[in-house]
Structure formats: structure tokens, C-alpha cells
Design a protein around this ligand. Structure first.
Ligand code: FES
Length: 113
């Protein structure tokens, strides 16, 4: 058990695959976990457009498509690529690795996306 109450267990590191969408939940909030060129990315599964579920999205060429209306986000920058004038982006969250597990760093009662 980790003594830090801000660390929340997400997934076993050896189960996180390149360019795959993995789903995890922390305190009722849904997250997408994926790996891109060896770098793990974690972001809210709630699409910034209209709350679509990005955990059902598809990753192609370092971008994730939202299944609701097709908005596409770059997984390197988080920026929305299509449509190109939204200014919306995914916010990548802070993680840590301990004993073969991936943890999300999140303050208790932090409900920001
Ligand atoms: S809710 Fe994701 S594109 Fe509309």
C-alpha cells in the first residue's frame, strides 16, 4: 500500500499495449490509458466536445477518434485535429509507476477533467 492518498491505482503496466485504448476508473471518474511509442498517456474518457466516451474511441496514427461525432485528438499534443478550429484539447494527467502498476496522481475530491 502506498502512503500517498493522491495516488490511485490504474492498471498493471504489462497490460498496457501500444495504440490500444484501455479503460480505468478512479473515484467514479472514467479514464483512457494508452501507450504511444513507449510513453504512457492518461486522460479523461469524457470527450471535451459533448461528453462522448473516448474509451470507445479508435487510435490510428497517434490520434484518437471520438465515437460520438468523430472529433479527432492528437495523442502527442492533446490538441483537437478535426474539426480544426475548436481549440479543444485532451489534458494528459500525471502518473507514476510503482511495483509494476500505473498510478494516477489526483487529489481527493478533484473532479476536474
Ligand atoms: S462527444 Fe466527442 S466528438 Fe462529440
Amino acid at each position: 500500500m502506498l502512503p500517498d492518498p493522491n495516488l490511485h491505482r490504474l492498471l498493471e503496466l504489462n497490460k498496457i499495449r501500444e495504440n490500444r485504448v484501455h479503460y480505468a476508473k478512479v473515484e467514479g471518474a472514467p479514464y483512457v490509458v494508452t501507450k504511444l511509442d513507449g510513453t504512457i498517456k492518461v486522460f479523461s474518457a469524457i470527450c471535451p466536445h459533448a461528453l462522448g466516451d473516448l474509451s470507445y474511441g479508435t487510435i490510428v496514427e497517434a490520434q484518437i477518434d471520438c465515437p460520438s461525432h468523430g472529433w479527432r485528438f492528437d495523442l502527442n499534443t492533446g490538441l483537437c485535429q478535426w474539426p480544426d478550429d475548436t481549440g479543444q484539447r485532451l489534458k494528459f494527467l500525471e502518473t507514476e509507476e510503482h511495483n509494476g502498476w500505473l498510478y494516477l496522481r489526483k487529489a481527493p475530491n478533484d473532479y476536474s477533467l
